[in-house]
Design a protein around this ligand. Structure first.
Ligand SMILES: [Zn+2]
Length: 188
């Protein structure tokens, strides 16, 4: 189902969550698992047309966050510089699903430090190129797989492009933000 998190922020609950931001430009944060495509098709059109999405931001490029990229045919796709480099170097290790690698044919643009009022926070750990996004107005932190709602739980750091030595520092960095709401990649 889809629920409103803040005035212009929506959350599609799935195994891997998808967020819709109704800003001046319409933004999607992560696109979920391919196997949850039916959920996106059922619920997202209640709040936005796929064709009106101009920006898709990936917190990282694991298969369960990029799986439905192709629903957003008019969007520009963003990931961190590090994540894009890792993807170019070793697609399978960066995506972790060969079937998704085979179809993932988008042009990735390097994230700027700020995008449409969202601050991009580099949080290496779960993957070297993982990022979180800070929405100051409503004090919302989009955390991907870096931390989950229970702040003591963090994403795995034993995957091929993980950086276990850096996760602690990344979490400390996040705790400096006075967030009211965490919007994680999974509801753990
Ligand atoms: Zn992940």
């Amino acid at each position: 189902m889809i629920s409103q998190v803040a005035e212009n922020v929506w959350k599609l609950d799935a195994d891997s969550n998808v967020y819709f931001l109704n800003f001046d430009k319409k933004i999607i944060i992560d696109t979920g698992r391919r196997s949850n495509r039916n959920l996106l098709e059922k619920y997202l059109p209640k709040v936005v047309d796929f064709s009106n999405i101009e920006i898709v931001i990936f917190t990282h490029l694991h298969y369960d966050h990029i799986g439905n990229f192709d629903l957003f045919s008019n969007a520009k796709f963003y990931a961190s510089k590090q994540e894009i480099e890792d993807f170019k170097e070793n697609r399978n290790n960066t995506v972790l699903d060969e079937n998704i690698v085979d179809i993932f044919n988008v042009e990735l643009t390097k994230l700027p430090e700020n995008i449409e009022g969202l601050e991009v926070i580099e949080t290496p750990g779960h993957t070297r190129g993982s990022i979180c996004l800070w929405y100051e107005k409503d004090k919302i932190l989009f955390t991907g797989d870096t931390i989950f709602r229970n702040k003591r739980i963090t994403g795995r750091t034993d995957l091929p492009t993980s950086s276990p030595d850096e996760i602690r520092e990344s979490i400390m960095k996040l705790l400096d933000y006075n967030f009211k709401i965490i919007c994680p990649g999974h509801d753990y």
